[in-house]
Design a protein around this ligand. Structure first.
Ligand SMILES: [Zn+2]
Length: 66
């Protein structure tokens, strides 16, 4: 019997990270912050979706806390 299970690719189920994210959402010590690239609008002045936050207007940022 030939059972092919397929290649075990690591399919990350969940919200994909954006270039502006410092950590995946929900990571302890991080929190949402307004994207500095688009100022939270999710859209650049050129009308394109902000690549830094993926058009969400928010990024995940490490919270400096001591
Ligand atoms: Zn942005």
């Amino acid at each position: 019997m030939t059972t092919r299970n397929g290649s075990p690719n690591d399919a990350q189920s969940g919200s994909p990270m954006n270039p502006g994210d410092e950590a995946p959402a929900g990571t302890p010590g991080t929190g949402e912050a307004v994207c500095p690239r688009c100022n939270g609008s999710g859209t650049l002045s050129s009308g394109e979706a902000c690549p830094n936050c993926g058009g969400t207007g928010k990024i995940i940022e490490g919270i400096g806390g001591g």
